[in-house]
Design a protein around this ligand. Structure first.
Ligand code: TLP
Length: 342
């Protein structure tokens, strides 16, 4: 099987497995796992923040941000197709007791004036605007890189009203690889940042949240409340450290493979790549084949290629380090075969 469902499917590299094997561990709930501390300190330094917290997943990181920044009854401004809103089981409402308010973006970027217009005035009828969330790269927008300028403009509005900005940077290092802008620059345009070690960076598990020392102290308590206080977590922190320090430089290869995939698919009758390909995600519209995404994917699976539905007629392919250019070429051949057979 050529698995292009997500970059979450990557398996740990030999270096990661070795690091997990060799690690000396301690109890992280007592703050005694030196690998976790090293990972958190490194992440905080790289992003230019005071502190960081190792969490189990991107979802847990985003939800801890909502729980720590907001009070029940607050409203959270999110881009309309953001992961926090679409794919986290309404956890913001179920756990933090906040209501999301969506703002339609363009390729994942919200117009800062739309953000300003959505900020609630102080009035007994209204919820308080407790947090603004930006996502970069933007998953549903096909891995789009949200520009630093747009992030700066949104952050300026937020600061004017004293509202914290959380960056869901699950794939922030893909934005860095695509734009050449440093991770610290992106992180400077948000109060808190969550990024995933377990996507394109290849760690088996884990995400990081960074922010002020005071924020991370409160976040640590929320992590514990959610059952995310881990014990000998060095066995997963060490692979995470390898991911953070050794794997960011190769993301550009995934982007090249994604562009190759997109260019090849665009030459196939009946298929159309939706939007430019900035990073490692390719969205393909299959409507002209007269198929819904699920039917197309069922055919593709029979041919040994996996992808996921991303809308009625849209299919998502994600490149990652477990798929080579040769795999991509084979995948294109299989996609081509289907487009002829339907
Ligand atoms: N995204 C997954 C699915 O949940 C859709 C994927 O395969 O892309 N923020 C963003 C922008 C994400 O894309 C994801 C995962 C998360 C947060 C959540 O990360 P995890 O899966 O670690 O909870």
């Amino acid at each position: 099987m050529i698995d292009l469902r997500s970059d979450t499917v990557t398996r740990p590299t030999p270096e990661m497995r070795q690091a997990a094997f060799d690690v000396e561990v301690g109890d992280d709930v007592y703050g005694e796992d030196t690998s976790v501390l090293k990972l958190e300190e490194t992440a905080a330094r790289m992003l230019g923040k005071e502190a960081a917290l190792f969490v189990t997943s991107g979802t847990q990181g985003n939800q801890i941000a909502a729980l720590t920044h907001c009070q029940p009854g607050d409203e959270v401004l999110v881009e309309a197709s953001t992961h926090l809103f679409l794919y986290e089981g309404a956890a913001m409402s179920a756990l933090a007791g906040v209501q999301p308010r969506t703002i339609e973006g363009v390729r994942g970027a919200m117009d800062p004036e739309d953000v300003r217009a959505a900020v609630r005035p102080d009035d007994i009828h209204f919820p308080k605007t407790g947090m603004i969330c930006v996502e970069n790269t933007h998953n549903k927008a096909g891995g789009a890189v949200v520009s630093l300028g747009n992030m700066q403009a949104v952050y300026e509005v937020a600061r004017e009203y004293g509202i914290p900005v959380h960056l869901d940077g699950a794939r922030l290092f893909n934005a860095v690889a695509a734009s050449g802008i440093s991770v610290e620059h992106y992180a400077s345009q948000a109060d808190t940042v969550q990024f995933c070690l377990s996507k394109g960076l290849g760690a088996p598990v884990g995400s990081i949240i960074t922010g002020s020392a005071e924020f991370i102290q409160r976040a640590r308590k929320w992590r514990k409340r959610l059952g995310g206080g881990l014990r000998q977590a060095g066995v997963i922190a060490e692979p995470g450290y390898v991911a953070l320090t050794q794997m960011t430089g190769r993301l550009a290869d995934d982007h090249e493979n994604a562009r190759y995939l997109a260019d090849s698919i665009n030459q196939i009758d009946g298929l159309r790549v939706e939007g430019p390909v900035d990073t490692n995600i390719v969205l393909v519209n299959v409507a002209d084949l007269g198929l819904q995404a699920e039917h197309f994917l069922a055919e593709l699976k029979k041919e040994g290629v996996l992808a996921v539905p991303f809308g009625r007629h849209t299919v998502r392919f994600v490149t990652h380090f477990d798929v080579s250019r040769e795999h991509i070429k084979t995948a294109v051949d299989r996609v081509n075969a289907i487009s002829w057979s339907v």
